[in-house]
Design a protein around this ligand. Structure first.
Ligand code: ADP
Ligand code: GLC
Length: 476
């Protein structure tokens, strides 16, 4: 079975969140199941630097509209997965985030940049391709590749099937009507059952409308997004296509996220040697300028600082958290308001609160290991990866009951299966109550160890998800 996995992010080179992490780890798990997966990704500078000898394998042209003729290069990633690098320097040789310019605003030509990515994914899955390798299925991820199923529909000849995986409904890729022509799409594609969404062209809707199958990254999110409350304008389409929609819970790379071998930690540890966690906490307190207090619970956060993640709720609850008393270590970047709010809080509560604004992979590992309790009060969460890292690192998470959080974390009231703390309403009061419950449990060492061990024993690997994707591929 040949699968083209098309994505706009690829860890460890280019990652703004979970999409990059999933793209960097799921394909290898699929390959272990005998699937011939190749990854199509833009040749960003960070990637080209790692593969300076990537060979030219094709130069697709006449792609329609204003789309240029890029170069396709081939390389092999360290885990053995073949990479198809979409090389067009005017589009992708840019500094920083894949989506934003230096002022933090979307690049003005994002429709062409990711339109090209979608178009090349379709080219590879069509008769026009000059490569010997032809995918059976083009597996698209999020709006950035949402046009691929549309192009596949309109291309002549025999073309691959398409699967569209939805990692986040909040990012919809909305552009002017004029982009229809620029992207080389026919007028027939415009319309309520096409790519049109309230007068705009939506890459996301395009994918949802035209893909042969749709998945999202947890079963609960798959249900939630079919309701008006959580469907972000797409509930109708999703209900209409509900027979094609399923939820496959993400896994994590259990080699990268393994406290027993993690090179970023001050000391490695495991469920049987949990003492190492104490060292990590003490060293993390020193590293972050927190008071060296083994007697206080340390709450950890690694997150985008956005409304989705509910970090405004935690910001509001924080003064009460310090009165528990407890400490807080936050790593993240996001909206200017939340960054300022968090920085100001840390300034005011030195010794109890440490805030690091930025993206820091190594520190993320040390917070997972050094914190006692992890906090993820998301308003919505398609899957969420950090709660799974936390479970594995013996750092029971406090989460809101939504999406993938609800599918991975079991509240401690269940004394047999509980592995964390779950709260309902997206309010400061409900969050605070859960943080209090976690603090009380932490103060009871026997109970706490059991909670930690249950979380550490959970299988968060890609194994089950890979099996389900293979089954779905086969059905397609
Ligand atoms: P989302 O993709 O919505 O941001 P996920 O939980 O799926 O949420 O994935 C987030 C990923 O990005 C995780 O691997 C997390 O560790 C990482 N991450 C988020 N913010 C940071 C940060 N500031 N520094 C390092 N890693 C981060
Ligand atoms: C998105 C979601 C997150 C999910 C990730 C990977 O970024 O916000 O919940 O874990 O994609 O699928």
């Amino acid at each position: 079975m040949k699968i083209l996995f098309a994505t706009s992010e690829l860890a460890p080179w280019v990652k703004t969140g979970g999409l990059g992490e999933v793209s960097g780890t799921l394909p290898a798990a699929l390959r272990a199941h005998g699937v011939d997966v190749r990854i199509l990704v833009p040749a960003y500078p960070e990637i080209l630097r790692s593969f300076p000898n990537a060979t030219e394998i094709a130069q697709p042209n006449r792609l329609g509209g204003l789309l240029p003729a890029p170069m396709l290069r081939e390389a092999i990633s360290p885990d053995g997965t073949p990479l198809l690098l979409l090389d067009y320097p005017p589009y992708f040789k840019r500094p920083g985030s894949p989506y934003l310019g230096p002022e933090g605003r979307d690049w003005l030509d994002n429709h062409l940049r990711f339109g090209l990515l979608s178009r090349i994914a379709a080219w590879l899955g069509s008769d026009a391709s000059t490569l010997a390798w032809r995918p059976d299925i083009v597996h698209c991820n999020d709006w950035q590749t949402g046009l691929a199923p549309v192009y596949l529909n309109y291309l002549p000849g025999r073309s691959a099937k398409s699967l569209f995986t939805l990692h986040n409904l909040a990012f919809q890729g909305l552009f002017d009507h004029a982009s229809l022509f620029e992207l080389g799409l026919p007028d027939a594609a415009w319309g309520i059952d096409g790519v049109e969404f309230y007068g705009y062209l939506s890459f996301l809707k395009a994918g949802l409308q035209h893909a042969d199958a749709i998945t999202t990254v947890s079963p609960t999110y798959a249900r939630e997004i079919q309701t008006e409350a959580e469907g972000m304008g797409m509930a109708g389409i999703l209900r209409h296509r509900s027979e094609k929609l399923s939820g496959i819970l993400n896994g994590i790379d259990t080699n990268i996220w393994n406290p027993a071998s993690d090179q970023h930690l001050y000391q490695t540890y495991s469920a049987r040697r949990l003492d190492g966690k104490t060292t990590n906490k003490a060293e993390l307190q020193v590293e972050l300028g927190l008071e060296p207090r083994p007697d206080l619970p340390l709450f950890g956060v690694v997150s985008r600082l956005t409304e989705q993640k509910g970090l405004d709720l935690l910001l509001e609850a924080a003064p009460q958290v310090f009165k528990l008393p407890a400490q807080l270590a936050v790593l993240g970047s996001g909206t200017p308001e939340l960054q300022q709010g968090w920085a100001a809080l840390a300034h005011k509560h030195r010794g109890l609160c440490a805030v690091t604004i930025g993206f820091d992979e190594a520190l993320a590992h040390r917070i997972e290991a050094g914190a006692d309790i992890f906090v993820m009060p998301s308003r919505f969460e398609p899957c969420g990866l950090n709660q799974m890292y936390s479970l594995r690192y013996g750092t029971p998470p406090v989460v809101r009951a939504t999406g993938g959080l609800a599918d991975t974390v079991i509240d401690a009231v269940d004394e047999k299966h509980g592995n964390g703390f779950v709260f309902g309403p997206a309010t400061t009061a409900a969050l605070l109550q859960a943080l209090q419950r976690a603090t009380t449990a932490w103060r009871d060492p026997d109970r706490w160890r059991k909670l930690q061990k249950r979380g550490m024993a959970r299988d968060s690997s890609w194994e089950e998800a890979a099996r389900q994707y293979v089954e779905l591929y086969q059905r397609l």
